[in-house]
Design a protein around this ligand. Structure first.
Ligand code: SF4
Length: 259
């Protein structure tokens, strides 16, 4: 599916490197990528950035009942899922009814005796809201992005909106979770090295951030699908594995996902 053009409320299932056979849920507008970050590697393109508190004329977020009805239908069609994942073309936790959606899906899973893992891929921008922390803590797994440990890189490459603030503020928000899980994506850029986050200085800054957060699990990965900035290149698997070994030496469980 080309998530740049259209991403319905329920999509897939897709075979995910990290989450197995996974049914996706998009809580953003199906026809417009609007996120609180604007990562240069985003597979949904650059789209638009906005604060979760701003309204955008014409933006249509799926209501709770639509998500539940469509999810129930998809679960009937796909009984052997490994996971159901809140992801899509935008920041899922920016949906105003995020907590209600999480609670309703957990209730649906209980009702249908679902065996799938319920998780969320998030940039963590909304973790200053108690309802978002509660929703993320209720999930089986809430995976929060941490690609840059250096503030300048964070601002230039993840391109967060103003309210997200500094990398320190981002780390402090993640620390509010009861069982933080981190996904870090690294890339090279031979045409413009200043656009790469695969530097020794950034790796060490990311390691220091892991120590502050003490994640339950870390996934490190690299560019796999067409990035918004076309010159972003994948990091070699063996280089990622070498960094993973450094992470293990700090005492954190880590897995590498790369071709
Ligand atoms: S946080 Fe996710 S959806 Fe938002 S720009 Fe980054 S990769 Fe894309």
């Amino acid at each position: 599916m080309n998530l740049r053009k259209h991403c319905p409320a329920i999509y897939g299932p897709v075979q995910s490197r990290r989450h197995g056979l996974s049914l996706g849920i998009n809580l953003g507008d199906p026809y417009a990528k609007i996120c609180t970050w604007g990562c240069i590697y985003c597979q949904c393109g650059f789209g638009s950035r906005k604060e979760s508190t701003e309204t955008v004329e014409g933006q249509k977020l799926p209501p709770v009942n639509q998500v539940l009805e469509e999810l129930a239908g998809a679960l009937n069609l796909h009984p052997n899922l490994d996971s159901v994942t809140l992801a899509g073309n935008s920041e899922p936790t920016a949906h105003p009814d995020f907590l209600e959606i999480v609670r309703s899906i957990l209730a649906l899973r209980k009702k249908v005796n679902g065996r799938w893992i319920f998780n969320c891929l998030s940039n963590g921008s909304e973790l200053n809201r108690a309802t978002v922390v509660e929703g993320c803590n209720a999930l089986d797994e809430a995976w929060i992005k941490l690609d840059c440990g250096i503030d300048d890189l964070f601002r230039r490459l993840n391109r967060p909106t103003a309210s997200v603030g500094s990398i320190e503020a981002h780390i402090e928000r993640i620390q509010r979770l009861s069982k933080p899980m981190i996904q870090s994506l690294f890339w090279n850029c031979s045409s413009s090295p200043e656009v790469s986050n695969w530097t020794e200085a950034n790796r060490q800054a990311v390691l220091r951030a892991y120590v502050k957060i003490a994640p339950k699990q870390i996934f490190i990965t690299t560019v796999d699908r067409e990035p918004a900035f076309p010159d972003a290149e994948p990091v070699k698997r063996e280089e990622l594995e070498a960094f993973a070994e450094e992470i293990r030496q700090k005492g954190f469980p880590v897995k590498v996902f790369a071709r």
